[in-house]
Write a protein that binds this ligand. Structure first.
Ligand code: NAD
Length: 495
């Protein structure tokens, strides 16, 4: 009998009202059935939203430091269960244990950061322009937040949204990705154990087009926070726009790493390998373009090809494995399509480019680490997000050209430059059009206390993490207290 999992609504674990379920299978071995999860619909979303709406009335009045105490307990429980959570994640998402442990650690860091913020959540006090008058601005919670998350960071991304939402006094309904429902269920058990009151957090499993879309459209959801593809993000933004609903979007990337001729090349190669093939290339911040100076291109490319061919592929639960599978069959087909596109565009396939299905890879969605060189900046493989282990190498002849190529895509999430020239490093920090820039580090590796997000088509101007995230989850209220005992008119009585 397969394990049967539930939604969590109004403090109760419950099946979908329709009783329908969907299967969750391991991407490393599709014979491994992890469990059956509720295939929910709009009726389940409605129940979850009304529970969250009811709970908001009291949760918003709990002092933020008290809400923080619960988040401290959540952080402690995540720490205690770190290994168990990492294994759950690896089983259903595929990335190697070393990385899923990092994903859980990000959730732990996020819990403690937000718990502490419960004693800050700073507003401003400022002098009023009239005598005997006091002025301040404070952050107010918004209400019911609909959180929709992808599968590539099945714990970290939900925590990035849910903890700031809660510390600010909001209540939430989470719709996790259908490829990684188990991590979300275990995360919710921990929230319950830590003492999050009924109705404050609600979990509804199911398909994006059904549950996600119903959440976005629900009139009692005041705010939608979405991380996922640009295509779905656009759709959600247009629905929210029609309804004048707040929406924050964290979307795709086509991140580039520049390697100048003066760089430490060994370091640059190591960075590119980690950036391109970590998480099997399925990070929004993955390095998918290497923009390398002509003078060192051959040396860098040869070193990368040699190292990529040695990457051990397999089940992420095996500690010796360095790269796990792609998430599902559709993802593997998409990567294969881009390999054909690259070849048709006359890029040169230097290594990889094929499904890996021999030996221990026979039953999963494995793919070889792939490198194209002779890529032109306008080719589709250099412009579109592939979301797999595919690196496109583009040669440039100058620093200015490198920056122009890096900026020449619709996306603007992460970027990196390897150089030992301080002038180039500072010009890059100024001129690269991305939300995140690394100097002498790969395009991946964000820390939770700095703003995270991108420019251009990567989002709609919001930032998660750090304290910037509170601008998503609160409204500013300006408050004036007049203790003069008379009517004072701003702009009129003050000259
Ligand atoms: P996706 O857009 O297919 O799905 C993301 C979530 O949206 C899932 O929970 C899905 O069920 C739901 N969804 C799908 N259709 C929906 C609809 N019509 N209405 C409402 N919800 C819907 O993305 P994915 O394949 O899960 O994730 C990969 C994408 O996410 C990549 O493009 C990647 O770059 C991006 N991503 C971005 C960041 C970031 O912070 N910028 C982080 C991780 C992933």
């Amino acid at each position: 009998m397969a394990n049967l999992f539930s939604n969590y609504i109004d403090g109760k674990w419950q099946p979908a009202k329709s009783s329908k379920t969907f299967e969750n299978r391991s991407p490393a071995n599709h014979n491994d059935l992890i469990g059956l999860f509720p295939a929910s619909d709009a009726a389940d979303v409605d129940a979850a939203v009304s529970a969250a709406k009811k709970a908001f009335a009291s949760w918003r009045l709990v002092p933020a430091p008290k809400r923080g105490e619960i988040l401290y307990r959540v952080g402690e429980l995540l720490k205690q269960h770190k290994e168990e959570l990492a294994r759950i994640e690896t089983c259903e998402m595929g990335k190697v244990l070393k990385e899923t442990r990092g994903d859980v650690q990000e959730g732990i860091d996020c819990a403690f950061l937000n718990a502490g913020e419960g004693r800050r959540l700073f507003g401003e006090t400022t002098p009023a322009e009239l005598p005997d008058k006091f002025a301040m601005s404070v952050r107010m919670p918004i209400g019911v937040c609909g959180l929709i998350t992808p599968w590539n960071f099945p714990l970290a991304i939900p925590t990035w949204k849910l903890f700031p939402a809660l510390i600010c006094g909001n209540t939430v309904v989470l719709k996790p990705a259908e490829d990684t429902p188990h991590t979300a269920s275990r995360f919710f058990e921990i929230l319950v154990e830590a003492g999050v009151p009924p109705g404050v957090v609600n979990l509804v499993h199911g398909r994006g087009e059904e549950v996600g879309a119903a959440l976005v459209r629900h009139r009692d959801v005041q705010l939608v926070s979405f991380t996922g593809s640009a295509a779905v993000g656009r759709e959600i933004a247009s629905v929210c726009g029609q309804n004048l609903k707040r929406v924050s979007l964290e979307l795709g990337g086509k991140n580039g790493q520049i390697v100048m001729e003066d760089a430490d090349l060994e370091l640059a190669v190591e960075g590119a390998l980690w950036g391109a093939f970590g998480t099997t290339g399925q990070r929004c911040t993955a390095t998918s373009r290497l923009i390398v100076h002509r003078a060192v291109a051959a040396k860098v490319t040869d070193a990368l090809v040699a190292r990529a061919e040695k990457i051990r592929i397999g089940d992420g639960l095996d500690e010796r494995v360095e790269m796990g599978p792609l998430i599902n069959q559709a993802a593997r087909e998409k990567v294969l399509r881009y390999i054909e596109i690259g070849k048709q565009e006359s890029a040169r396939l230097r290594t990889g480019g094929a499904i890996q299905n021999s030996g221990n890879c026979a039953n999963g969605y494995f793919f070889q680490p792939t490198i194209f060189d002779q890529v032109k900046p306008t080719m589709r493989i250099a412009q579109e997000e592939i979301f797999g282990p595919v690196l496109s190498i583009i040669e440039i002849g100058s620093f200015e050209e490198a920056i122009a190529v890096l900026n020449g895509t619709p996306y603007g999430l992460s970027s990196s430059i390897y150089t030992n020239d301080v002038t180039r490093a500072f010009r890059a920090m100024r001129d690269i059009e991305t939300g995140i820039t690394y100097i002498n580090g790969p395009t991946i590796g964000a820390e939770v206390h700095l703003p995270f997000g991108g420019v251009k088509d990567t989002g709609n101007g919001h930032r998660e993490a750090g304290t910037a995230v509170y601008d998503i989850f609160t409204e500013w209220k300006s408050i004036y207290v007049d203790y003069s005992g008379k009517l004072q008119k701003a702009q009129i009585d003050n000259n």
